[in-house]
Write a protein that binds this ligand. Structure first.
Ligand code: ATP
Ligand code: MG
Length: 405
C-alpha cells in the first residue's frame, strides 16, 4: 500500500508545558534528518501533530525510519483522496484489502472539519460501513473494540483515510536534554547505554579509546560501526577516537597489577571529562552494570569516580546481562558487539584486578605517573569524525577470526 502522508503523534511532549515549542521544533528537525535522503518529503510540525507529506516517497521505507525517531509516540500512515464519496470508497478498498481478514471486525469513524462536504459524519459512517460489508462479506461491524478503526477525515484540502496506528520509539527528541559523552567500547553494554541515553533526549558524542598496535584497525572500525547503528536514532553522531597506548604502557610499567584497571579507568574518565568540557557536554555516560565484572563494584566506582564531579550516568546499571542483550538485539548492535576484536581494556586487563580497590591507595599509586602530561599528549592525538546512520567501516574481506589464531 502506498500512502501519501503520515500523521505523527507526540508522547510525553504534551506534558512539558513551556518547552513544548522547542521539543516540537527539535522533533521536526530530527525527522528531517532521519529522512535526509528523501528530498521530496515535506515535514510540517504543528502544535498537536506533525504531518509528513510523502510526495511520492516510498511509504514503507519512511515508516521504518520513523520507528526509530525518539519523541514519537505513534503515527498513522494516511491516504489522501479527492473530495468525493467514490474516492473514499476506492481508498477504503485498497487499504482494507490488505488488513481486513475474514472474521475481523471494524468500524468507521468520520470527522468532518469541512462542514461544506455533502455527507455528514453519520451518513459517511453508515454508507461506508455498508459498502465495506458488501465488499468484505466475511467481516463484521463492531462498535466496541473493533480490530480495525477506519478513520475518514474530511478536511478542506482533501479527505484523509487511515486505519493503522503504528507504535513509535517513545522517549524524547534527541538533543532536547543537552549533550553527553558516551564512553563507547566495542562491547555489548555501552551501545545499549548509549541508546538509552539518546532515548531520553541526550545528544551523544561517542568517545572511544584505542591502543594501536595492541588493538587492531578492525577493533576501531567496529566501535565506529556501532556508532553508525546508534546514529540511526539521531541521524548522525560524532565519533571521537582517543589514543590510549602511551597511557596504558606507562600504567603497566609503573602501577601494581591489582590497580592497573582502576587507574586506566580513571584516565579514561578524566579524558572523557576534558572532552565534555571542551565540547559542551554536561555528563559522562558509560555501560557499567553493577556487579557484572571486577571494575563494576561500588568500591570500584567510588575509586574511579573520584577524578571528577561531573555526573556519570549509567543507564544499564541495574540491568541483568540478559536484559541488556535483549535490547542489544532489538537495536541491532548485538551481532557486531560479539565479533571477536579485542578492545584496549581486554588486552591490558590484569589476570586478577582488585574488585574492591582502596581509594587512598589508588591515589597514592597514581602519583607515580605524569597524569597531566599523558592527558595532554593523548588529547593532542584525538580524531573526530561525523558518522551517519547505518555507515559501515569494517573490512568485510578480513577474516574475523584471524586475530584469534
Ligand atoms: P561493554 O560491554 O560496554 O564493553 P563491559 O561489560 O565490557 O562493557 P568494562 O570493560 O568494565 O565493561 O567497561 C565498562 C565501561 O567502560 C564500558 O561500558 C564503557 O562505557 C567504558 N569503556 C570500556 N572500554 C572502553 C573503550 N575502549 N573506549 C571507551 N569506553 C570504554
Ligand atoms: Mg567491554
Amino acid at each position: 500500500m502506498e500512502y501519501t502522508e503520515i500523521m505523527v503523534r507526540y508522547g510525553e511532549l504534551s506534558t512539558k508545558g513551556k518547552n513544548r515549542q522547542e521539543f516540537i521544533a527539535r522533533l521536526g528537525g530530527n525527522i528531517r534528518k532521519a529522512l535526509h535522503d528523501f528530498p521530496e518529503v515535506v515535514v510540517h510540525p504543528n502544535r498537536d501533530r506533525t504531518h509528513v507529506t510523502l510526495n511520492g516517497a516510498n511509504s514503507t521505507e519512511v515508516i521504518d525510519r520513523l520507528k526509530k525517531v525518539f519523541g514519537i509516540q505513534n503515527f498513522s500512515p494516511m491516504l489522501k483522496v479527492e473530495k468525493t464519496y467514490e474516492a473514499v470508497q476506492q481508498g477504503a478498498i485498497s487499504m482494507l484489502k490488505e488488513q481486513l481478514e475474514p472474521g475481523m471486525t471494524f468500524k468507521i469513524n468520520t470527522r468532518r472539519q469541512d462542514k461544506g462536504f455533502e455527507m455528514n459524519t453519520d451518513m459517511m459512517n453508515r454508507e461506508l460501513g455498508g459498502f465495506v460489508l458488501e465488499q468484505f462479506p466475511e467481516s463484521k461491524v463492531q462498535v466496541k473494540n473493533p480490530d480495525i478503526i477506519f478513520r475518514v477525515e474530511i478536511r478542506t484540502n482533501g479527505i484523509f483515510l487511515t486505519s493503522e496506528i503504528i507504535q513509535g520509539a517513545g522517549g524524547l527528541p534527541v538533543g532536547t536534554a543537552g549533550k553527553g559523552m558516551m564512553m563507547l567500547s566495542g562491547g555489548i553494554d555501552s551501545p545499549v547505554a548509549g541508546y538509552l541515553g539518546m532515548k531520553r533526549g541526550v545528544e551523544m558524542e561517542m568517545v572511544h579509546f584505542f591502543s594501536p598496535p595492541y588493538t587492531s584497525e578492525q577493533a576501531l572500525a567496529k566501535a565506529k560501526e556501532l556508532s553508525g547503528k546508534l546514529a540511526a536514532y539521531s541521524g548522525n553522531v560524532q565519533f571521537i577516537q582517543v589514543p590510549f597506548t602511551e597511557i596504558q604502557e606507562t600504567i603497566k610499567e609503573n602501577i601494581p597489577e591489582g590497580y592497573l584497571m582502576t587507574i586506566q579507568r580513571r584516565m579514561m574518565l578524566r579524558l572523557s571529562v576534558a572532552l565534555a568540557e571542551s565540547r559542551g557536554g554536561m555528563a559522562i555516560f558509560n555501560g557499567e552494570s553493577l556487579g557484572q565484572v571486577a571494575s563494576q563494584t561500588m568500591e570500584s566506582m567510588l575509586a574511579i569516580n573520584d577524578v571528577t564531579t561531573m555526573p556519570i550516568i549509567r543507564p544499564v546499571v541495574s540491568m541483568d546481562k540478559t536484559e541488556i542483550i535483549e535490547i542489544a538485539k532489538d537495536i541491532d548492535t548485538y551481532d557486531l558487539s560479539i565479533m571477536p576484536f579485542e578492545d584496549c581494556c581486554t588486552i591490558f586487563a590484569p589476570p586478577a584486578p582488585k574488585t574492591r580497590p582502596d581509594l587512598e591507595r589508588t591515589r597514592y599509586y597514581e602519583r607515580r605517573i605524569d597524569v597531566e602530561g599523558l592527558m595532554k599528549r593523548s588529547l593532542e592525538g584525538i580524531k573526530i569524525s561525523n558518522v551517519r546512520a547505518g555507515e559501515t567501516f569494517m573490512n568485510e574481506n578480513e577474516d574475523v577470526f584471524a586475530e584469534l589464531l
